[in-house]
Ligand binder design. Structure first.
Ligand code: BTN
Length: 241
């Protein structure tokens, strides 16, 4: 089993993992009850003051850097977490490309992966996830797009049990994923994705704007069509439906 480092409070589990990267073993998990400077994708803030939520980061230090599926790690984690939500918590949640987990359009969980590099050479990745578990309503009063598991199920979820279920599920197939890449989760990922049809709006990408959805590709990227009917491949960004 992985080594778990638990803290009552950290600025951010991702920041801690990056700052201590050289001293941490492959597969170490950093978790904290609260975060004072939690970070989201595209420099957004991830609210971290509720100790009723999960904040955790997995440290990955691949031996074979050349062929490692870096691009799809967040998608692997989103499948793992959504599997636990669907199968064990009986929640009909969906993945929004690339890796948000939503329930009826509201966000339960977000994932942030950050690379650790030294002299231009990638050393590994810290893979962080925040899950809105039992936080009270007023925690989210300024976050209308967020939802907690408690709000969805109407009861408390045991945070420690959920943490264990997710880590067990993550490590069950991580080596297979590290060897075979996106291919081994592709079908499940596609089935879990919220259905995209017609026009979608893309933000936080090098190609912002409104496009026609075409496909989620075999490498996990997105293909869309612009107004000139040209196909474009989107590697990173956010979708507004
Ligand atoms: C997003 O949807 O924007 C990604 C949010 C990621 C939040 C998690 S909480 C644990 C880890 N530490 C951080 O500072 N961020 C990630």
């Amino acid at each position: 089993m992985p080594e778990i480092k638990y803290f009552k409070e950290l600025n951010s589990t991702n920041t801690y993992a990056l700052e201590h990267f050289n001293d941490l073993k492959n597969y170490t998990i950093i978790t904290a009850d609260v975060q004072t400077s939690g970070r989201g994708r595209f420099n957004r803030v991830w609210e971290g003051k509720s100790s009723e939520n999960i904040y955790m980061t997995i440290v990955l230090k691949p031996k074979d850097n050349q062929n490692y599926p870096y691009m799809n790690l967040t998608q692997y984690l989103s499948v793992v977490v959504n599997r636990v939500f669907n199968r064990d918590l009986k929640i009909n949640s969906k993945i929004k490309w690339p890796n948000d987990i939503l329930y009826k359009g509201k966000k339960i969980s977000g994932i942030l992966s950050e690379a650790k590099a030294d002299k231009g050479q990638i050393q590994g990745v810290v893979l962080g996830i925040g899950i809105n578990v039992n936080a009270e309503k007023d925690f989210y009063k300024d976050l209308p797009q967020a939802i907690t598991l408690k709000e969805i199920t109407g009861s408390q979820t045991d945070k420690n049990k959920l943490f264990k279920m997710i880590t067990n599920e993550f490590f069950k197939n991580i080596e297979e994923f590290e060897t075979n890449g996106f291919h081994c989760i592709m079908e499940e990922y596609r089935a879990m994705c919220q259905i995209l049809n017609g026009k979608i709006k893309i933000t936080a990408s090098t190609n912002n704007g409104e496009f026609d959805f075409v496909s989620i590709n075999d490498d996990g990227t997105l293909t869309v069509k612009n107004q000139e009917n040209e196909l474009m491949k989107i590697v990173s960004g956010d979708i507004l439906c």
